[in-house]
Design a protein around this ligand. Structure first.
Ligand code: 5AD
Ligand code: SF4
Length: 438
């Protein structure tokens, strides 16, 4: 019988993709995936962007205490962003001494060796964290779980130091993968039948700055979208300060590149944007949006928004609401500011009380949802092409997304997962669409 593994992932797409790499390592070691309680190895891939992500991970690791006592041979591994925080491995040791292996974001490729060392009879917790980012490791074979979508890293780390954000501390400085390696990976994914390629980086617009060959994200996108075959190209995340006309021209040039840009604005208030160290103003952001629409009138935007940043006044918050209305985001991730130790904002005065934060987030969510609903209703009676990606057992329907990321459900006699399907939309409900194949 093969040994089994389970991976528990928290956080962003970067982590989801890194879990695919962890799965690749474990499968190469001969383990097979399980979601049940029969795992021989459990890996937690943690996130520390907000406090609640950390609390979830702590809760779930703690819940394994009993299982580990009953089955001491169960290997519990904890990796990811949280482990790169100063003092966190020590805290883990204190709270959960039964954890076997602790590793970080810079040495995921070491997991095989760590498991082998630990399995050879070592009793003590094995902690291996690299403070520095080191060279990019190529040649990994991720075990992908999201067919027909595939994530492809283009750059790692972040140099921006937004004052609320812990990412630059746990993910290190920006470094870019070589374009040849990226193009090779995309080519083989397309040959394997993947239909949507999402280029990933904490700040994709910085891609290539650390390489000497003059490569930039528009040039890379141009090359990726020139690969033959029918597939979609997405990229995230773009920092508005670096979102350029050259990039927009490439999006406009290629049918394959989706006309949807994730452009996190965070706040609509100039005072807050300055305190966040975002390095653009509300007006500059709106100018970028206008520039995008000049080239691509049909383009849609999505965003990330934070409420309750230290010092955010009622007027600042109103500025965020008005910006959201003015841009008309297709959808947005909305967050309550969470204090992260070690960041500049954590030291700022005027932290906003929880009740105020809660009221603001509810108001913002209601606004974002109402915009999304209005956009959904515009789909009624129209035909859209979706890429079928899964089957929803509860609904008994297949589902997929259009180029704008909008989810469409439909019934089908055959299995259309992995193919493009044209739907006539008959019902719009919140963020979801329902339709019939035409
Ligand atoms: N509190 C709340 N939201 C945060 N984000 C990053 N750091 C924090 C924080 N400390 C949000 C930003 C970012 C997204 C990935 O997470 O909106 O764009
Ligand atoms: Fe965090 Fe800002 Fe870097 Fe995004 S750009 S990862 S919000 S520091």
């Amino acid at each position: 019988m093969k040994k089994k593994y389970q991976i528990v992932t928290y956080g962003c797409q970067m982590n989801v993709h890194e879990s695919e790499k962890i799965a690749g390592i474990l499968e190469e070691m001969g383990y097979e995936r399980t979601e049940g309680e029969d795992a021989d190895v459990i890996v937690f891939n943690t996130c520390c962007i907000r406090e609640n992500a950390e609390n979830h991970a702590f809760g779930n690791i703690g819940a394994l205490k009993k299982r580990k006592k009953e089955r001491p041979e169960l290997l519990i591994c904890v990796g990811g962003c949280m482990m790169q925080e100063k003092g966190m491995p020590e805290e883990l040791k204190r709270k959960f001494p039964f954890v076997d292996i602790v590793f970080g974001t810079h040495n995921l490729w070491e997991l095989r060796r760590l498991i082998e060392i630990k399995s050879s009879g070592r009793k003590k917790m094995l902690v291996s964290i690299h403070d520095k980012e080191g060279e990019i490791v190529e040649g990994e074979r991720p075990c992908r779980t999201s067919y027909p979508n595939a994530w492809v890293n283009i750059n790692y780390g972040c140099n921006n130091f937004c004052t609320y954000c812990i990412v630059p501390y746990v993910r290190g400085r920006e470094r870019s993968r070589k374009p040849e390696a990226i193009l090779e990976e995309v080519r083989s994914l397309v040959a394997e039948g993947y239909k949507e390629i999402t280029l990933l980086g904490q700040n994709v617009n910085s891609y290539g700055k650390d390489l000497e060959n003059g490569i930039t994200v528009p040039k890379l996108l141009d090359q990726v979208a020139s690969i033959e075959g029918k597939f979609r190209v997405r990229f995230m995340t773009s920092h508005p300060k670096d979102f350029s006309e050259e990039l927009v021209k490439v999006i406009a040039k290629h049918e394959k590149i989706c006309n949807l840009v994730h452009l996190p604005v965070q706040s609509g208030s100039n005072a807050v944007l300055k305190a966040m160290n975002r390095r653009y103003t509300r007006e500059e952001y709106l100018e970028k949006v206008a520039m995008l629409k000049r080239y691509l009138p049909d383009a849609e935007l999505t965003s990330d928004l934070i409420v309750g940043f230290p010092g955010e006044t009622e007027a600042d918050f109103e500025d965020t609401l008005s910006l959201v209305k003015e841009v008309g985001f297709a959808s947005a991730f909305t967050f309550v500011y969470s204090k992260r130790k070690g960041t500049k904002a954590a030291e700022m005065e005027n932290q906003i009380p929880e009740d105020v934060q809660k009221r603001r987030i509810m108001e913002l969510v209601a606004l974002v949802n109402s915009l999304t609903r209005v956009k959904s209703e515009r789909y009624l009676g129209k035909t859209v092409e979706i890429l079928c990606e899964d089957y929803d057992e509860k609904k008994g329907m297949f589902l997929g997304r259009d180029v704008y990321g909008r989810m469409g459900y439909f019934k089908s006699e055959k299995n259309p997962i992995g193919s493009f399907v044209t739907l006539k939309i008959t019902e719009a409900s919140g963020i979801s669409l329902y339709g019939e194949e035409v």
